[in-house]
Design a protein around this ligand. Structure first.
Ligand SMILES: Cc1cc2nc3c(=O)[nH]c(=O)nc-3n(C[C@H](O)[C@H](O)[C@H](O)COP(=O)(O)OP(=O)(O)OC[C@H]3O[C@@H](n4cnc5c(N)ncnc54)[C@H](O)[C@@H]3O)c2cc1C
Length: 385
């Protein structure tokens, strides 16, 4: 077993770190918190990330992608500024879904505008009444002439309030239940929808994390239905497994930043005439924080390298997702404790890191759902259908 990254992965991480420091963070800091950025400014931010492969990720070069493997893409994502993690993850995963499920014409038409950040994508599955139980989707897609007419609402959609391209799951044959669900590419310029941001605890007001979309008699050309002919099902499974690791990776960034802040604070803050870092109960927390974060990183790296091998790895990727996201909540909370009252202040970074980490135990399958998957893989018994 080799725990070392390759030279290419190390170099890519170094370039990503420099890009964040020199371009991305200064650009973001040019926008005041509390005021939503214009869509063109969000696209301007995404454009800075194109050269390193953030948007092209694992999509092959022949479609304009970066042709990375998942492990290398994960290494790249690990260097992102955490405030834009969801934005970038979904900006990259929506074209990836089209690459996985689309036909040749759909790939040639819809992937390039998203890879060049002319369009920003979102992926719409969850609804006001449908969360973990995706088979119960209520959004309807009714055939009518050359179109499908979509009616329904989608909630908690990352990038949802400003995206102009959507991957939408809707029921085109309600009697068939889960088997009657279909996926559509919906281009807002052609098939408009209404959207609004949903304020959440992780927001800093510049880029709303999630939004609600309402499709009212939204006409989508029939050729925009995504099939899954060929290797579609297998590729979809690989996509889900990868997404769990990538959400875990987002959490890892919050945890890593929290440890850095806590270590620095523990060295600088003095009480009882000594740096608090000399107290054993503070050292206990630092050791726990480091062990939780390292364990999360190893589980995520293992998950991503198994995804690259192409096999089924539901047990390992669900374990990585729930462990990493729950670990980040604990680590960021301990960082607040080490900071005392200062940890609760918005003038210090750790309360923001905690709020960000707290968001991550829910998307792409909650902790409970991931645990049910892990236990199902071990026991061979299904707790839900
Ligand atoms: C930051 C963020 C980003 C998101 N981005 C997207 C996105 O881009 N696209 C999208 O489609 N959705 C997105 N979501 C929605 C997310 O996928 C759902 O919130 C998630 O699937 C859970 O659904 P729910 O919130 O409706 O909770 P519910 O499914 O109603 O669950 C409520 C509680 O019950 C538990 N529960 C449910 N079923 C079971 C069971 N069988 N056994 C035990 N416990 C159970 C859950 O774990 C949870 O604790 C996002 C959510 C967040 C927070």
């Amino acid at each position: 077993m080799d725990f070392d990254l390759t030279d290419e992965q190390r170099m890519l991480k170094e370039s990503a770190r420099k890009l964040m420091e020199r371009e991305v963070v200064p650009y973001l800091n040019g926008f005041p918190t509390g005021r939503p950025m214009a869509l063109d400014d969000i696209k301007g931010l995404l454009k800075k990330l194109i050269p390193l492969g953030y948007l092209g990720n694992v999509i092959p070069e022949e479609y304009g992608g970066a042709g990375l493997d998942y492990m290398t893409y994960g290494c790249l994502m690990e260097e992102l500024d955490p405030s834009i993690y969801g934005l970038v993850m979904l900006a990259g995963s929506t074209p990836r879904s089209i690459y996985i499920l689309g036909d040749e014409e759909q790939k040639r038409k819809y992937i390039p505008p998203m890879l060049s950040a002319e369009k920003v994508g979102c992926s719409c599955i969850t609804e006001p009444n449908v969360g973990s139980y995706t088979a119960g989707i209520q959004t309807r897609a009714i055939p009518d002439g050359d179109d499908y007419v979509i009616n329904g609402a989608k909630m908690w959609i990352t990038n949802g309030s400003f995206a102009d391209m959507a991957f939408v799951l809707a029921s085109s044959d309600p009697e068939k239940g889960a088997k009657g669900l279909s996926r559509f590419i919906v281009d807002k310029d052609v098939s408009p929808w209404e959207a609004r941001p949903i304020p959440t605890m992780g927001d800093d007001g510049r880029i709303p994390a999630v939004g609600e979309l309402v499709f009212e008699d939204c006409r989508v050309p029939k050729r925009n239905m995504l099939g899954d002919s060929g290797g579609g099902l297998k590729a979809t499974l690989i996509g889900f497994q990868a997404a769990r690791c990538l959400v875990g990776m987002g959490s890892l960034i919050f945890a890593t930043r929290a440890i850095e802040a806590a270590v620095q604070y523990a060295k600088e803050r003095t009480q009882f005439g000594r740096p608090i870092g000399q107290f054993q109960l503070i050292q206990d927390k630092i050791a726990d924080m480091a062990a939780l974060t390292d364990a999360a990183r190893l589980l995520i790296y293992r998950g991503l390298s198994l995804v690259d091998k192409g096999g089924r790895c539901a047990r390992e990727t669900s374990m990585a997702k729930f462990f990493a996201t729950e670990a980040a909540v604990k680590v960021t909370s301990m960082a607040i404790q080490i900071h005392g009252a200062y940890g609760l202040s918005t003038e210090y970074p750790v309360e923001r890191l905690f709020r960000g980490a707290r968001m991550m135990t829910i998307p792409d399958g909650t902790t409970e759902i991931q645990k049910l998957i892990v236990a199902r893989e071990i026991l061979g018994m299904q707790a839900f259908v």
